[in-house]
Write a protein of this length. Structure first.
Ligand code: FES
Length: 95
């Protein structure tokens, strides 16, 4: 288990490590859009990870290519459907 804090609400949840950020956010009822069903094709699940980004899985090519096309991308940007939670606590900013 790991702790997932969601901004702007500031709510924290215990979620299972090894699941995607998207599935974790959906499982706790946070409002996150997933137009492509988690296939890295739509960018609707774009989030920022201000804390704990090193706990997440590394960015793979398919995610990197999609992120490159997003206006307003930052160094903390991830696609929630592609980022898998590790054991360290993570804070995610819904955009
Ligand atoms: S849900 Fe479509 S890119 Fe993540």
């Amino acid at each position: 288990m790991t702790t997932l804090t969601v901004l702007p609400s500031g709510k924290s949840y215990d979620v299972a490590a090894g699941t995607s950020l998207l599935k974790a956010l959906q499982s706790v009822g946070e409002a996150i859009i997933s137009k492509c069903g988690g296939e890295a094709r739509c960018d609707s699940c774009h989030v920022a990870v201000p804390v704990g980004k090193k706990s997440l899985s590394k960015i793979q090519r398919v995610e990197n290519e999609k992120l490159d096309g997003i206006v307003g991308i930052g160094s903390n940007s991830r696609l929630a459907c592609q980022a898998v939670l590790g054991e360290e606590a993570v804070t995610v900013q819904l955009l």
